[in-house]
Unconditional design. Structure first.
Length: 485
């Protein structure tokens, strides 16, 4: 008789190992809250309620780093805690009525359409066909694909890991470059280039990744600086373009591929484009909406058409034409996930600013820099801001922790608000290139197994020096020309 199969016995006890890990992480967050409330000196200028709100906000940031539960759920707990300490429910939920929150949701649903219709893949293949005859050209092709999509796709995970990376890996495998001994033939170079190019793409557009819009909203509320799609792009286009030119070449020098001539890449792109055939009805609608929405965002300063309205119009066209089905929109869990944490954090940041905590920070820390020119302090702050990202696994958490107090500090010391805001905004994304956990696509690309940990961090550090040199020299000169200072 056959031996009966036995299933694994369930773990005994009330708490599983996963439960214990989750509760331990929650314990750290709760201990942090209690420590801030009861152990840190309480500024006289801040009310008891305001100090508790500050403690909750700090705890939410740490909770998003530790992730005992998904970060959107952590933010919901934070919103609940704000209500528990006396914030009216309607006010605590006010972030979900902000136009930028809905704009991110609409744009992420548009990104789903770009992937589902094949338009994003076609764009990447066209770049590879045009420039892919050499390995360096493939690197530029993949980076250009990412930055082109970044103008309207506020999910660097969707762009880098979902749209661009599969093509890069397919090309590597054409040359038998797979994880392991053959990785350095081509794949190591392509994977590192794709990721480092993605963080530059994130820095160039307000739609580069979701928390850019969060930071822009904070800039308006904390410093009174309005950040539009065109305004962000104009601030970033010159230094960003130089970084885009530098990234594939620098990675090429640091991780030189064994295979330098890649005619099969252009042949691969030709074959794949031939398989795709002419754009179908859905793809043509997606292209028209993508281009039309981009034009409305660019010209919003002249037409005065709200960018959220533009995104809603795009969504309406996609739904009415059947290019996007409502069932598919509901299935885009990542978009709704971002909607929840973005709306909650935006309002929490606004409410925290109203408590006066950031002002107290600016005044107290600003006293340490008495007599030092604001420009010197700004450079120091930007360098500190850059390298503290080693401690963060999220651009969002980094922005929430350091953007509000640094903006308040710099403006308090006399830095022009536009310069303080845009320098911090543009450099908020580049530090994610330092590590293999700097932002969501990092562990996805790293887990492909093409780039060693040592090489990943080495490339990240060298490019940090390159990017800082570009943005702190050419960037400042460009911002001077734009009248930011």
């Amino acid at each position: 008789m056959p031996t009966p199969q036995t299933s694994a016995a369930p773990e005994s006890g009330i708490l599983t190992a996963a439960d214990r890990e989750r509760f331990w992480r929650f314990g750290v967050v709760v201990a942090l809250y209690l420590g801030v409330v009861y152990l840190l000196p309480h500024p006289a200028e801040v009310t008891d309620q305001g100090w508790r709100m500050f403690a909750i906000f700090i705890s939410v940031i740490v909770g998003m780093i530790l992730e005992p539960i998904p970060d959107a759920a952590v933010v919901l707990l934070g919103v609940t805690a704000f209500v528990a300490v006396g914030v009216p429910m309607r006010e605590a939920l006010g972030g979900f009525a902000e136009g930028s929150v809905w704009m991110v949701l609409a744009a992420m649903l548009m990104a789903r359409v770009l992937m589902a219709t094949g338009l994003a893949r076609r764009i990447a293949l066209l770049f590879v066909r045009a420039f892919g005859g050499r390995s360096l050209g493939i690197g530029y092709s993949l980076v250009l694909s990412d930055v082109t999509l970044a103008g309207g796709v506020p999910s660097n995970t969707a762009r880098s890991a979902g749209m661009v990376m599969p093509i890069g890996r397919s090309i590597a495998e054409l040359y038998q470059s797979t994880p392991g001994p053959s990785a350095k033939l081509l794949g190591t170079y392509l994977m590192a280039t794709m990721y480092q190019g993605d963080v530059v793409a994130c820095s160039m557009f307000i739609t580069g990744q979701a928390s850019n819009l969060l930071a822009a909203g904070l800039a308006a509320k904390l410093a009174g600086v309005e950040v539009t799609w065109l305004g962000w792009f104009m601030a970033a286009v010159v230094p960003g373009s130089l970084s885009l030119i530098a990234v594939p070449y620098v990675v090429y020098r640091l991780l030189p591929p064994v295979i330098t001539h890649t005619p099969a890449a252009t042949e691969f792109a030709d074959r794949e484009l031939e398989k795709m055939g002419r754009p179908g009805r859905a793809e043509r609608w997606a292209l028209a909406v993508f281009v039309g929405t981009g034009l409305l965002w660019i010209t919003s300063g002249w037409t005065h058409i709200d960018i959220t309205l533009s995104a809603f119009l795009a969504l309406a066209v996609l739904l009415v034409t059947g290019t996007l089905r409502w069932e598919d929109a509901l299935a885009e869990h990542k978009a709704w996930h971002v909607f929840v944490w973005y709306g909650g954090l935006l309002k929490m940041g606004e409410l925290l600013n109203g408590t006066g905590v950031t002002k107290v920070f600016a005044v107290s820390v600003g006293g340490l820099f008495t007599g030092i020119p604001w420009f010197t302090v700004l450079i120091a702050v930007l360098v500190i801001y850059y390298y503290t990202h080693y401690a963060f696994a999220s651009i969002t958490a980094h922005i929430l922790a350091m953007f509000p107090p640094f903006v308040a500090l710099l403006i308090g010391l006399g830095a022009p608000p536009k310069l303080a805001v845009f320098s911090l905004l543009c450099l908020a994304n580049l530090p994610a290139g330092l590590t293999h956990y700097g932002t969501t696509p990092a562990p996805i690309l790293f887990s492909q197994g093409y780039v060693s940990l040592k090489d990943w961090w080495r490339v990240g550090f060298v490019l940090s020096l390159v990017n800082l040199t570009i943005w702190l020299t050419v960037g400042f000169a460009w911002w001077k020309a734009l009248g930011f200072w």
